[in-house]
Design a binder for this molecule. Structure first.
Ligand SMILES: [Zn+2]
Length: 565
């Protein structure tokens, strides 16, 4: 099983008893599992050799020995960057097909089928993929897998490693650790990985957004009768609302599906929202080359972006929001683009609130969890050079905001606490961003969730829940410090809320557990930062030193010292 609690999960989903079959029939030949930590090249700044470059180097070793290799990256951007590196290292003869391919969401179905076939038949010798090839799709077994960065969960690591392994002959799986605290924890404590059962699947079957989609699908199959049950939920009330919105029609006692569209088309098993953009190559005759979902469109196909697809570079000429189309032209440049996003959180409703320290309620800090509105906006982009990762330029953008209603846990530092910190304004702010960076990593570990399941933001505590929030704040200090006038902010925060929010609309149930384990979360965060061997902050504790004020690590520890008492 790839999750720890399949029985419990299924029982919550169908609200009935289930029996778990847990025998593993997969073949087992010898397999080597390597955890590789790239060496430190600058001890003071805690900088390691780039894990992307190192993953490329390891994969290249396998490919050189004609071993069919699958490389996993943790984002679409990294997938394309690794693909670019590996294709350059393995040039194919003109007129013959590419032997190193990319694979991710957003490629067209026929392109994906062709790659899957090529892998099964052995024509394709190397593939770089996102989690898209982790599960389900039959591509046969390969000789080696390389993971560029910890996949986020034990379950996903097991699945990725499982792609290598022939019935006979040995195979190898390599995990190349990034500098992120979670990666560093895993690579130093392999027993955590090998000794721990895979994560518990968290699910909130009563998440309204998910529930409504299920209800639409159910109505499409059969009219909904008054006696139909869906757990504890008031089905009749929801049907009445869907009827008002024009999705259902009431005839007698029953609700019928009225729309032309097939509702399951808009329901994804992995992500909760859907609203895709088509990507059209207009270099020659216009041709659709891929698609991208709404949130990713804002960061990957904004105007002037370099869109990477199958190792090719395309310049985005125009993004048509209304028609949901991005027009791109093929180019040959030595950089890619990375979007700069500002995130703002507004508190909608407080579910529970208490002093940060139960034993010492006089400490000027509080903990809360509840409903929030997360608004994010892409405000610019950076141009980053391949191989060296140098920042070679930037630009401003004005794109629509993306809004999401979700749940959050947050820590409030009250004015008295902030003012008692013996640091400059920018050092205090860096300390807060650094602290939140470390808290996020620790929260991921405590919840055994994927790092991408949580989002972070810092904002001024509003006078009252629901009050008009202030201007956008950068998602991290890194983005605040971007020069060239991309909305650089030096605005002082007097009473900050440090938010750790569920990164899915409606929330998937992480906020309340974080609220409950708040003291453990802070104690472990303190251990992480204090125990880090760097001098003044590094990617493995409070974030890269270059992105923060010089005394950020010290400031983060000072804040923790005050909050914990
Ligand atoms: Zn450090």
């Amino acid at each position: 099983a790839t999750i720890a609690n399949p029985g419990e999960l299924a029982e919550r989903l169908i609200e009935d008893e289930v029996e778990v079959l847990s025998a593993n029939g997969a073949p087992a030949a010898e397999k080597t599992f390597v955890f590789y930590n790239p060496p430190v090249v600058n001890r003071a700044l805690g900088i390691r050799r780039s894990y992307i470059n190192e993953s490329s180097r390891v994969a290249q070793e396998f490919l050189k020995h004609d071993l069919q290799t699958m490389v996993f990256a943790n984002s679409r951007l990294h997938t394309e960057i690794l693909l670019t590196y590996l294709q350059q290292a393995n040039p194919h003869f003109p007129g013959t097909p590419e032997t190193i391919r990319g694979y991710r969401g957003g490629y067209l179905p026929h392109e994906r089928r062709e790659i899957e076939r090529g892998l099964r038949e052995g024509r394709i010798r190397g593939v770089v993929s996102t989690s898209a090839l982790e599960l389900g799709i039959d591509v046969g077994s390969l000789d080696a897998t390389v993971m560029a960065g910890y996949p986020g969960t034990i379950a996903a690591t097991g699945q990725r490693a499982g792609r290598a392994g022939r019935r006979s002959g040995s195979s190898c799986a390599v995990m190349v650790a990034s500098s992120a605290p979670l990666d560093q924890f895993i690579v130093r404590h392999p027993d955590y990985f090998f000794g721990n059962t895979p994560e518990h699947a968290f699910i909130q079957p009563d998440n309204l957004e998910i529930l409504i989609n299920h209800l639409k699908c159910a109505a499409f199959e059969l009219p909904i009768a008054p006696e139909d049950r869906f757990g504890e939920v008031d089905v009749q009330d929801l049907c009445a609302r869907l009827a008002e919105a024009g999705y259902l029609h009431r005839a007698g006692e029953h609700y019928h599906w009225t729309q032309q569209a097939y509702p399951a088309d808009t329901v994804s098993l992995r992500s909760v929202t859907s609203d895709n953009f088509l990507i059209i190559d207009v270099t020659g005759q216009p041709e659709v080359i891929g698609e991208v979902d709404f949130p990713s469109a804002l960061t990957t196909v904004h105007e002037k972006a370099i869109y990477l697809h199958g190792g090719e570079q395309y310049h985005v000429e125009h993004l048509d929001f209304k028609e949901r189309k991005a027009y791109v032209k093929r180019v040959d440049v030595d950089y890619y683009t990375d979007a700069v996003r500002y995130t703002q959180v507004r508190v909608l409703e407080v579910a529970d609130q208490a002093r940060a320290s139960e034993a010492r309620p006089e400490i000027p800090a509080a903990k809360t969890h509840g409903d929030v509105l997360v608004r994010s906006q892409v405000v610019g982009f950076k141009k980053i050079k391949f191989f060296t990762n140098e920042n070679v330029g930037s630009g401003k953008l004005e794109l629509p905001e993306n809004e999401m209603h979700t749940t959050s846990y947050w820590l409030t530092l009250e004015r008295a606490l902030v003012e008692s910190l013996p640091f400059s304004i920018s050092e205090r702010q860096s300390g807060m961003f650094g602290l939140l960076h470390a808290m996020e990593s620790v929260a991921t570990l405590l919840l055994m969730c994927d790092g991408r399941d949580l989002g972070t933001a810092i904002g001024e505590r509003p006078p009252a829940p629901g009050a008009q929030a202030e201007a956008f704040l950068p998602a991290s200090m890194k983005e605040a410090s971007i020069e060239d006038g991309i909305g650089a902010t030096s605005k002082e925060i007097f009473e900050p809320n440090l938010y750790l929010f569920d990164a899915y609309p409606g929330g998937i149930g992480f906020s309340e557990p974080l609220y409950r384990t708040h003291e453990l979360l802070l104690a472990k965060t303190r251990e992480l930062i204090a125990g880090c061997g760097c001098e003044s902050g590094c990617p493995s504790c409070v974030g890269p030193a270059g992105d923060l004020a010089p005394r950020a690590k010290e400031a983060a520890l000072a804040i923790l010292g005050k909050v914990c008492g």
